[in-house]
Design a protein around this ligand. Sequence first.
Ligand code: C2O
Ligand code: CU
Ligand code: CU
Length: 504
Amino acid sequence: MVSRRGFLTGLALAPVAVYAAGCSIGTSAPGSVGSSATRPLPIPPLAPSTVGSDGVRRFTLRVQTGVTEMVRGSSTPTWGFSGSVLGPTVRARRGEKVAFAITNDLPEPTSVHWHGMHLPAKYDGGPHQMIAPGASWAPEWTVQQQAATLWYHPHPHGATEKHVQRGLSGLFLVDDDEADALDLPKDYGVDDIPLVIQDRRFNADGTLNETDSTDIGLLGDTIITNGIANAHLPVTTERVRLRVLNGSSGRLYNLSFADNREFQLIATDGGLLTKPVALKTIQLSPGERAELVVTLRAGENVTLRSLPITERAGVDNAAEYGLDDTFDILTLRAAPSLRTSAALPAALIPMRALAAANTPPTRAFELQWFMINNQRMDMNRIDMTIPVNTTEVWTVRNKDNWPHNFHVHDVQFQVLAIDGNPPPPALSGWKDTVYTTPGATYTLAMHFADHTDPTFPYMYHCHLLHHEDKGMMGQFLVLGPGQQPAPMQMDMGAPGGMGGMHHG
Ligand code: C2O
Ligand code: CU
Ligand code: CU
């Protein structure tokens, strides 16, 4: 069951147990064994789905344990969605109704959050939607946003870093007619490549090392891409689109190509930019995505690297947080002859500004230590209520000497300004997560269109997972006219915070 492109092995088209626990991935690909230490980049399979007469696209996911050959020749116990590690790539179109049957076969409670998705709060998959071991969860919603590279991952309060670190992350690609009409690389796994970048540390016996956390969480010394260390990407087309997710818990990446070639940034967290932007480096903090298009010549090899982080002013202990590190991420190996690709369109997807850069802020947030506005997360505290159908302007200031970022559920936002100046091109599109450098103030605009719910909140938090786990997170309700908050009260003394749920 190993394909030439190094697909995750053992995958079948059955909706459950897509690849069985105990399988390793990406092994024994012809042409790599014995000739080179690298293995072909595994391409997560597309999640199988069925569309019934009701028009609903239905997916099944199983959260499970498994064993993965993350490093060649060693076995690492891991967790995955319908497989030993990561998850299948979910794909749905704007306007489509999607439904999931998710079973938790882990020995502990987890949840599945749809990062970047605009959807009802009760299906958001945050810490209020825990799935007990052996239980199932069935969220459903209508996809109402433009084409984008989103992702899904667990969000159990206090344990997100562990669950993600053990392997639970998958991509969720939204498609729409406007993006389809553009001549962009879009052949999944051929010239449209999902690329989940993570870092891990291993013990001598191959198990994941989950000790010696830094102030920004677990930092690895080994880069894994789509679940394996030391991968290469066989390239058969002139242009390749890389849908990059920083899936690390605390590590920042400053991506560039080893020969410093230019690439085109075409999309950020929430979808395509108004036009491609030529760049030589792009920084991604945990949770952020970027779609890059790179052009190759026949027969050449070019390595995607991460360079030392330049946005470090005000960060103490930069070395301890990995900001000095250089890593090879992935080598792109172009075939002796390449299929020609169309030039990129000059214009992509228009974006309407949500607010003027000088709009007075609705709310202000200060990031410091494990706190937002001097408070740590309380599952039983609603930090703010937002009236539906409003556009809000938030300022977010990192007043710490640690790196932090800021993620908001439910919406995509626009960065209006950084310290009063217009954002750089890489931050000019739709974002749901933004890096915050110490001392700087980020002005964000976002629109809360619908999905009122007096009971279930959405989260905002630092996406450095250790910080999130330690309580650098808050909750908001989106309320309709006249609606009063009626949140659930959780008994946090119960295992996994699952017990004693009642209306407050
Ligand atoms: Cu990707 Cu609240 O998380
Ligand atoms: Cu999220
Ligand atoms: Cu943080």
